[in-house]
Design a binder for this molecule. Structure first.
Ligand code: HEM
Length: 501
């Protein structure tokens, strides 16, 4: 028997948690059974809005350890040689809702919160170095094609391929999504990428451009579509099971942390725009540099409090690490904190999982659920400037000026952009079997869409490589024949046999 007494949320003892208070054994109930009212009212409030994207996720805590030396590029305390920083990783699928199956072909989110001594640094990336679109205007439309059709309430391959075939900048990411890496067995066996170009700033206030990579030390593991269908038939929580049990048994997953560094002056020297999220920086131009290891070693105690309520935002940067002109990144600086205020509430940064582990001093006041009081160290300092020793700005965090050239204009992001070249390079890396799986995966994903959309997409594949288009076309024809012979077989069956089959 426990000696802990059950109480109401106000701390008063609960005398009976099994039988409601009624006027006689057959009822009715009395309004004064406050404990019952409280219990029912709380149940009504147990759900919060799920994330509009990346709703299904899995997370764990761990450590970032820096072993390399990039101090000449950055003054960030968390990136100095020997630094150890507590962190939280939440991975996710993009399109599925909160209860979706884990083993789905989809991009995996790779969102990290580093609790640094200078504030929280969030790197909210994916398991791919590129993305489907390069202008944030396109993001809500793209996501509409991934979610449910307004009338059928089903996912729509027609919408997906219509959008992709009209947006050739998506080819790079679509090719990765339809390749082996598009259906990983779990998150221990994927890479993570910051994806965007960010900047590093050193103690002399000089800037370089940077990309962050997290390379799995467990190796890559993937499922075929068929294997994944079998897995989903057995469990919808395959990734959750894998991550949770490996950490529980002390088998801690690790990632090698790397950066690619580009001097500020290199912008404009290449055929690709280094701030275009649909492009990678070729390793030949900018070799990855090892800087440390990230390890996951602690499961959350409470999934809802620590993973569902986790709020990651690309707007969270720290001195020595900053933004870049990437238009997608710029838009995300707005979107995430806005989403969190809606999903979690005004003071979401004060929830324990989101709270920085360094001192926090701000002048934001009041609002729902202010449980932290005055953050300025003085009750008289509730505005700024003040004469009561309140916190003041720190000019040492000023960044070097960013040279910008160009007129304010709605520049066509497709003008002069080569959407095929890097996809050709990727396609050429695939061996025969990888290509065969790519063709089949695409054919299966395209099955049933209108011919004119399929043809428009095939034309893009042809521009990447004639073999790419021919492979997908043959796979589509093969599927058509297989479906037709299956339909004929069904028609020829004696009546009643179909139901029995
Ligand atoms: C303009 C483009 C984008 C917009 C407007 C956008 C917006 C959002 C929003 C509103 C959420 C839900 C946040 C929440 O409720 O907590 C989200 C989640 C997420 N997004 Fe994006 N997104 C964009 C592009 C990207 C890109 C390019 C990446 C990766 C490179 C990415 C990775 C993620 C991840 C990993 C999450 C889940 C974070 C978590 O685990 O809580 N997004 N995005």
């Amino acid at each position: 028997m426990t000696d802990k007494k059950l109480t109401t949320t106000a701390g008063a003892p609960v005398a009976d948690n099994q039988n409601s208070l009624s006027a006689g054994p057959r009822g009715p109930l009395l309004m004064q059974d406050y404990q019952l009212l409280e219990k029912l009212a709380h149940q009504n409030r147990e759900r919060i809005p799920e994330r509009t994207v990346h709703a299904k996720g899995w997370g764990a805590f761990g450590t970032l350890t820096i072993t390399g030396d990039i101090s000449k590029f950055t003054k960030a305390a968390a990136l100095q040689p020997g630094a150890k920083t507590e962190m939280l990783l939440r991975c996710s699928t993009v399109a599925g809702e909160l209860g979706a199956a884990d083993a789905e072909r989809d991009v995996r989110g790779f969102a990290i919160k580093f609790y640094t001594t200078e504030g929280n640094w969030d790197l909210v990336g994916n398991n791919t170095p590129v993305f489907f679109v390069r202008d944030p205007y396109k993001f809500p439309d793209f996501i509409h094609t991934q979610k449910r059709h307004p009338k059928t309430n089903m996912r729509s391959p027609t919408a997906m391929w219509d959008f992709w075939s009209l947006s050739p900048e998506s080819l790079h990411q679509v090719t990765i999504l339809m390749s082996d890496r598009g259906l990983p067995t779990d998150i221990r066996h994927i890479n993570g990428y910051g994806s965007h170009t960010y900047s590093l700033i050193n103690a002399k206030n000089e800037r370089v451009w940077v990309k962050f990579h997290f390379k799995t030390m467990q190796g890559h593991k993937h499922w075929t579509n068929k294997e994944a269908a079998d897995i989903v038939g057995h469990t919808r929580e395959s990734t959750q099971e894998d991550l949770f049990t490996s950490i529980e048994k002390g088998d801690f997953p690790k990632w090698k942390v790397q950066v690619q560094i580009m001097p500020e002056a290199d912008v404009g020297k290449h055929w690709y725009n280094p701030f275009d999220l649909t492009k990678v920086w070729p390793h030949g131009d900018y070799p990855p540099i090892d800087i440390g290891v990230m390890e996951l070693n602690r499961n959350p105690e409470n999934y809802f409090a620590e993973i569902e309520q986790a709020a990651f935002s690309p707007s969270n940067i720290v001195p020595g690490i900053s933004f870049s002109p990437d238009k997608m990144l710029q838009a995300r600086i707005f979107s995430y904190a806005d989403a969190h205020r809606y999903r979690l509430g005004t003071h979401y940064e004060h929830l324990p999982v989101n709270a920085p582990k360094c001192p926090v001093h701000h002048y934001h006041k009041d609002g729902p659920m202010n449980f932290f009081g005055q953050q300025t160290g003085s009750t008289d300092a509730y505005y700024e400037p003040n004469s009561f020793n309140g916190p003041v700005e720190d000019k040492s965090a000023l960044e070097p000026p960013l040279a910008i050239s160009g007129d304010a204009e709605r520049y066509n992001h497709r003008d002069g952009n080569d959407d095929y070249r890097q996809v050709t390079a990727l396609f050429n890396l695939f061996d025969k079997d990888q290509k065969a799986r790519l063709f089949t995966n695409i054919a299966e994903a395209m099955w049933g869409i209108p011919d004119f959309i399929a043809e428009r997409q095939l034309a893009h594949f042809k521009k990447v490589h004639p073999e790419y288009e021919a492979g997908v076309r043959t796979a589509l024809e093969h599927m058509t024949r297989a479906k037709a012979s299956e339909a004929t077989r069904q028609q020829k069956m004696p009546q009643g046999a179909q139901a029995a089959e």
